[in-house]
Design a protein around this ligand. Structure first.
Ligand code: BGP
Length: 469
């Protein structure tokens, strides 16, 4: 049994586009997913779990179940339907109401400025590859600090830059759906690191109160054997998933080792290395110094084998276990290790990876400032039990417990972890998997929009009340 600190945040995480619904309500502008999902025709983002209208009920549930923090994101397109300029007051009012309700229920909001939902008009400019979009995103951030600064104490600039750009430009499973363009992927990450730094500095120089950080998807990468080829594949995958991004945000400079790996990946794909501008370094390093916390999303680890062939990927977006494939030219092949359990979506369940990554943040990057686990959870095909009106999600409880234990061990080892957010607070949709991949502590009947606490919600309540895991 482990004991978490008394002032620990036991949170639940959400993201605007996955839970709000109401995508065409109150003057909201279109985002990249509106068009993409419509074209795909698999599922609709409306009404999701109707958080736009149901947030009071969800926040009351938080209080009842000992959830004292919530991750929410502000939808850029709800406030600036054209990406910039004209402000949609109804969108602004909604977030004021949301934050007021958070306070009323004693739930601390951790607020993300970008959680995958780029306005379509900004993507039309080039998305994260466009300087113009970077400028408009900075303006949007400033607007939020000015408008909501007295209501929000924890700000997150961008959710998971790396997973976003790799799914946009390598896997092709996020709009604009481009495959194997490593140049664009790293360029988008470089730009996101830069705009993140710009916003951190604006926040600090503007004298706003509160704390600011960034959220990384950190998947710990291990070689499947000790061979040189496998170890090198793990290093390359780590540069793609973690180290380029960690260098840019936590260290505040790109190390020659990591840049060499990035160059190798890009050039082995016959593409042009991105431009690393020396004049950006001062800004990155100031922001790394000034940033208050880092958020880590952790779901799985990767096990790599050397691979010399062409890129081949298959995304398991249906829960058909064993169907996913990821072999990347110039990087390596992800191996499904038989001795490691995995979810129906082929995500290896490896709690120790959480501890290893937390230790790395501290030891390799010297990060002693606050750390939050901003997402961790298990996607399951939950079965609703009619007569008891709940879900017996023991598998999820095991998953959460095993990972929270690793968090407690990391705290014992000196990592400054201050809170943990279950992904997700309630069921919502998953970007590339739809509504059958459920993560919530609260089951949603998407037809009636009724909420039902799962067994995991009762378990989490006890953890929050006792601090024991
Ligand atoms: C993270 C995202 C979340 C969420 C989660 C689960 O990468 O920040 O928005 O979706 O992963 O992923 P998925 O929905 O693909 O199962």
């Amino acid at each position: 049994m482990y004991k978490l600190p008394d002032d620990f945040y036991f949170g639940g995480a959400t993201a605007a586009y996955q839970c709000e619904g109401a995508t065409e309500e109150d003057g909201k502008g279109a985002v990249i997913w509106d068009t993409y999902l419509k074209k795909q025709g698999r599922f609709s983002p409306d009404p999701a779990c109707d958080f736009y209208h149901k947030y009071p009920e969800d926040l009351e549930l938080c209080r009842k179940f000992g959830i004292n923090a919530i991750r929410v994101s502000i939808s850029w397109a709800r406030i600036f339907p054209d990406g910039f300029g004209r402000v949609e007051q109804r969108g602004v009012d909604y977030y004021h109401r949301l934050f007021a309700k958070c306070r009323e229920e004693g739930v601390e909001p951790f607020v993300t400025l970008h959680h995958f939902d780029t306005p379509q008009c900004m993507q039309d400019l080039g998305g994260w590859l466009s300087d113009e979009m970077l400028n408009h995103f900075t303006e949007f951030a400033k607007f939020c600090f000015d408008e909501f600064g007295s209501e929000v104490r924890y700000w997150i600039t961008i959710n998971e830059p790396t997973s976003m750009s790799s799914q946009q430009y390598i896997g092709g499973t996020f709009p604009p759906g481009i495959k194997y363009d490593f140049h664009k992927c790293f360029q988008a990450e470089y730009n996101m690191n830069l705009v993140h730094a710009r916003i951190v500095e604006m926040f600090k120089k503007g004298g706003y109160e509160g704390k600011i950080g960034v959220v990384h998807a950190l998947q710990t990468v291990y070689p499947v054997s000790d061979s040189e080829a496998d170890r090198h594949a793990a290093d390359l995958q780590d540069a793609l998933d973690n180290s380029f991004y960690l260098d840019g945000t936590l260290l505040g400079r790109y190390t020659p080792e990591v840049l060499a790996l990035v160059r190798e990946i890009i050039e082995r794909n016959g593409q042009e290395m991105i431009e690393i501008r020396p004049e950006d370094e001062a800004l990155l390093s100031d922001a790394a110094r000034d940033m208050d916390f880092v958020g880590m999303n952790y779901y799985f680890s990767k096990f790599m084998r050397g691979y010399e062939g062409k890129s081949e990927t298959f995304h398991n977006g249906t829960g058909e276990k064993g169907s996913s494939v990821s072999r990347l030219q110039g990087v390596g092949e992800e191996v499904h290790r038989k001795d490691i359990p995995s979810t129906d979506w082929d995500w290896p369940i490896y709690p120790k990876g959480m501890f290893d990554q937390l230790s790395r943040i501290k030891n390799r990057y010297g990060w002693d400032k606050e750390v939050y686990i901003t997402e961790n959870g298990m996607g399951c095909k939950d079965k609703f039990i009619e007569d008891r009106q709940t879900v017996d999600d023991d598998e999820r409880i095991d998953y959460l417990k095993n990972h929270m234990e690793e968090v407690a061990k990391a705290i014992e080892a000196g990592v400054n972890v201050r809170g943990y957010f279950v992904w997700s607070l309630q069921d919502m949709f998953s970007w590339t998997n739809g509504y059958s991949k459920r993560y919530g502590l609260f089951y949603i009947d998407f037809e009636t929009q009724k909420r039902y606490p799962k067994k995991s919600a009762y378990w989490y309540k006890k953890v929050s009340e006792t601090g024991e895991v």
